[in-house]
Design a protein around this ligand. Sequence first.
Ligand code: AHR
Length: 649
Amino acid sequence: MAIAMAGALCSAQQKNNYVLDFKDTGVKIQPTMYGIFFEDINLGADGGLYAEMVKNRSFEFDLPLMGWTQPNTDRLSLNEKSGYAHVVEYKKAGNKNYIRVDVKDDKGYSLINEGYRGMGIKEGDAYNVSIMAANPDGKVNKINFQFVDEAGAVVASSSVSPSSKEWKKYTVQMTADKTVAKGKLKVSFAGTGSINIDIVSVFPQETWNNRPNGLRKDLVQKLYDLNPGFLRFPGGCIVEGRTLEQRYQWKKTVGSSDDRETLINKWNTEFSHRLTPDYFQSFGLGFFEYFQLAEDIGAEPLPILSCGIACQFNTAELVPLSDLDPYVQDALDLIEFANGAVTTKWGKLRSDMGHPKPFNLKLIGVGNEQWGPDYIDRYKIFEKAIHGKYPAIKIISGSGPSPDGEFFDYGWKQLKELKADIVDEHYYNSPEWFTKNAARYDNYDRKGPKVFAGEYAAQSVATVSPENKNNWNCALSEAAFMTGLERNADVVTMTSYAPLFAHADGWQWTPDLIWFNNLESYATPNYYVQKLYGTNAGTNLISITADGKPVTGQNGMFSSAVVDKANSEVIVKIVNTSGTAQKAGIKVKGGKLATSGKMIVLKNSDLAAENSFTQETVAPVENTIKTGKGSIDTEIPAYTFAIIKVKIS
Ligand code: AHR
């Protein structure tokens, strides 16, 4: 339906004449141009990127045994049960509860963890199991671990002997002899007596860079493949929290992962149509790990911090200006954590966690998606403190949740007057909005703050509709819109699609860039659009025009062009949103091309096409094309995003 509108007016094989001008526009494509927005939504962190397989491993959810079952004991009285788990409070700061297990007889008492909508177990893969245990009476002599499949059959097993009366960590490895999509972990005990247990953990041995407490390898690989310029974390609205108390506090996410205090995830009950009552944040993936991830994938880290306003869609709680100091201090301390010498308090913690070298933080976000005078009042205080101490750090400020309207206009006006560095804009809109807005930035003030298109995604039905699809129509409209981001790279210096990840069985928000289950993941058409931009970003903007005007939808065609000076290459992006193949005759001005090049094509004749775990219907295909020294004559098929790359001779 959507983008076809332009195509309906086109005749078949229409010829489009373009001029590709090598003249230096003076605009550099910033290395941060195409980045990643990460938020722990849709089980993006716990249950997703963070490779821990045990849900509620330390019994810290609001219901301490959520995620755990004790089979065959439910309907029995205490006397009849062959075992029982009691929740005990330690009252330790980060880790409040543990479990005392009373094993009363040898009739097979066990605790079963259901994982995050099951556990993905792969045949032949090794898994690292660990448990904290204190065995005061020494009467329980073994703790057995088993992976069981959907029918309860054992597919891996191992055990530890809890030898100490005091708390001690026991580790063991087990290897699976079958692949299981929705397995479980069964913990059982040999002997009769009481034993205390906590932090029951299972990680695949193979994580990204094989780190303990690590990240899922396939998911990080997909991020790496985007060639991202930055990694924004940890959100999104979870930065703000439903209440101020539930805001994201980075200091509680660093140090030993065992001591990080679990917190309810804002997306737990956000949407009544997608309730996720078992969604909590273990912070196993915390700020140190985010910085490390950014470094691993070659992206600038971009942490976003609470500015003292809880989510304005929820409680909108406000910290009085007079009480804002601790919030501001968190920002200053974070910069010290990232960049400070190992002799500083927070720099030492970074070093103790294994990274003596600074993370070289250059960007920080103040607030996520706030609006109105309360935001501006708080932004001013943060700005003064951050730039007072760290003048080189660039601050990302926000213009609210919409790309226009009262809040947006107010925010921009104020931030311009305050000479803000970079302003974040968010747009979740229809595919039509995206194609119509390809010229959005053409008339932006060149002397004002830079723009961070920080959250955007075309919505096939409506914003937050659970029916939204990652279809080709949406992805194609984003590709068209992005020609406008690129053409305005002097103003727009950072961009990111949102949200990033979604668990196929545990999501709250759709569309999302990458979908996964517990075994595998797939790239959406939108992912490939991002990847093609990220891996073909170039270094310098040049112009491509039709009749002297930018190509912003004439005949349903959109285009932008860059030069990659390092590779001596010209890269032209052309998007044909029409339903007809169109000829493109590109005349080269001010330079000469090699006589052949590459054309990478992302296309599908069906705008409703989607990718899935089993089928990739929209994926890039690369071909060699012939070019003239002074021109490129080609045809762009219907509904196509094409990238033409030719060496400059
Ligand atoms: O990306 C999902 C949500 O959309 C983000 O958390 C928020 O910033 C925006 O409203």
